[in-house]
Design a protein around this ligand. Sequence first.
Ligand code: KG4
Ligand code: ZN
Length: 401
Amino acid sequence: MRILSIETSCDETAISIVEATGGITSPSFSVLGNSLFSQIELHKKFGGVYPMLAKREHAKNLVPLLLNVLNENLVRHTSNTYTGSEETDWNNIESILSKEDGLYMDFRNNLELVPRPDIDVISVTSGPGLEPALWVGISFAEALGLFWNIPVIGVNHMEGHIASVLAQSIDTRGVVFPTLALLISGGHTELVSIESWGNYKVIGETRDDAVGEAFDKTARMLGLTYPGGPEISRLAEYARDHNIPKKSSLPRPMIHSHDLNFSFSGLKTAVLYYLRDTYPTLNGLETPLNDADRADICREFEDSVVDVLLKKTQAALIETGAKTLIIAGGVISNKKIRSEFVQLEQKLNGLCVKIPDNKLATDNAVMIACAAYINICINPEILKSKNKIVAKGNMKLQSIF
Ligand code: KG4
Ligand code: ZN
C-alpha cells in the first residue's frame, strides 16, 4: 500500500510517500519520497513557535514540498491523463482551502496539470499540536483527496512518534509485545504501555511541563536560542569534554514519587532560583553568565533529566514486564539521553531498546505514514469513512479498539 502523508502539527512542514507492507504482524516501510521544511529559523527570532505564523508558513510550503516529493520520481504516475479535468470540483476545493492563506490559488496554479500519483491513501496529522497549524495540513489533505479521488485519514501525532521506529532501516529487530514507549517531545512526556499495535495505555505523564518544553524554557533563561534542546545538549557535552568543574546542583523532580509521573516545571524553576541565588547582584534573567558556568548548568540540567527518565522508565518496565522499549519524540535526539538508554539495554538482560535515528526522531511525515498503516491494518473500514477530519490540539493517545 502506498501512503502519502502530511505533517504540520508544529513548526515542521513535511510530506512523504511511503510504501507499507507486511500487515499488522510485521509492518515494514520503505520511503519513496520525503520532503521537509523546518521553520525553526523563522521562529528563533521570537524565542518560540507562533501558531498563526506557523500556519502561514505551512500554507506557503505545502505545494512546493508536494511537488518535490512527486519529483523524486520514485512513484509511478497512474496515467498520463491529467486530473485537472472539467470534472474537478474546484468550487469544493476552494471552499476547503478558503481559510488557508492563499493556498487555494497555489494549489490550482501548480497542481492542475500534475498527474495523479500511484498512491492508495492520504494520511494527515489531526492532533495533538497547534490547531491553526493542524488545520492547514488537514485542509490540504482533504483538497488533495477530492482532487485525486483518494481516501484521507487523520492520524495521532504521538502514535506517529511511536511508529517511527518501524521505518528504521538499520535496526530491523521486531517489536515484541508488551512494549513500553517513552515519549519525550516539546509537548509530551509520557510512558505508554502497548499490548499490541493500536492498544495504548498511558501509565505515566508529566503533571506540568513536557521535558522538551523544560529544555526550551531553561535555555531561554540561560540566554540560548530556540529550540533550547540542541543548545543545552551542545553545552552539556562541552562541560563533560572539558571537565568543567561542577558547581551547580539541581533537584531530580518526583524521582522518589512511587508513581510513573513526571514534573519538569520545578526543574526549570530550580534553575531560575539557582541563577538568582548564585548571582544575587545581577538582575534576574539578564545574568551574564560566563561560558563555563552556563555549560555547567546545562550539564547538571541534562543529568537531572536523564536520572528521572531512567528511574521512571525502569519502574515502568518492571510494572509492565515489557521487553521492548521504544523511545521517541524530538528530545531523543539528545546524545546523552540516547547513550544512557543504549547502556540500559546492555545492563538489562533481554531488553530491546528501539530509538529512531535523528531524522525520524524530530517531527516528520514518514512517521505519520507508519501510524496510518497501523490504523488501516487494524480497521480497514476507516478508508471508507465519510467523517470530516477535525484538528484537536490536545488529542490524547487512545486505543484504536
Ligand atoms: O517531537 P518534536 O520534534 O516536536 C514536538 O512534537 O514537540 O520535539 C521538539 C522538542 C523541542 O522541545 C526541542 O528542544 C527538543 O525536542 N529537542 C531536544 C534536542 N533536539 C530537539 N531536546 C534535547 N536535546 C536535543 N538534542
Ligand atoms: Zn512531535
